[in-house]
Design a protein around this ligand. Sequence first.
Ligand code: SAH
Length: 227
Amino acid sequence: MSVVHAGDFAAERAQLVEEVAALYVETARETGLRAMSPAVRAALGKVERHRFVPESQRALAYRNHPLPIGAGQTISQPYIVALSTDLVAPRPGDKVLEVGTGSGYQAAMLAEIVSQVYSIELIEDLGREAAARLAALGYKNVEVRIGDGYQGWPEKAPFDGIVVTAAAPYVPEALVAQLAPGGRMVIPVGERHGVQELLVITKREDGSLERRSVLPVRFVPLVPGNR
Ligand code: SAH
């Protein structure tokens, strides 16, 4: 018997939400988060991940796995996207920077919650495609720029949150500088082709930094731009 899809994958998406919610519970001791927040849960249940992956990957879009999106890059695992979104503690009025637009999926997740998302992508084709996709899906609060994420987006700073979706060998100084007092940055730091630690860096009101290691993760590397 063949499975017929309604076309919008609503049932698959609902199932993914439950799967990710269960992973939050399993990892609660490491992450310090007891459950997925209602805002992230709603976004995960709403954003159509199948629209962010190549046609050939659509049937796999609601598995909790990273998938290839071209140019040697990947759309991250849904659990990691949800977790990163929760760790940046997004509030409705926030302005958030993402480094590594890729497919635009993480940007869409953030855009469901905060008022403005700025996202930087190094690879021109991916950035253009993601910007067109987000516009077609009706996201008016996401701006994509082609450029080097190591530099951040100084013209739009300061940011209440920064989500870096590629592995960095160290925490880029420019990004720390562009974080607002009270702001949070989520960033995988470590070896380019190994395991990294997902860090949450909080800038206190006095400008000092607090750093917490959350989980071992594997992201594609942040490519050094023209510095
Ligand atoms: N957030 C994406 C997945 C990111 S994969 C999504 O939701 O689909 C990491 C992305 O970071 C890739 O698209 C890669 O091209 C981009 N990238 C790598 N180095 C970068 C840099 N220095 N500046 C900006 N983007 C970079």
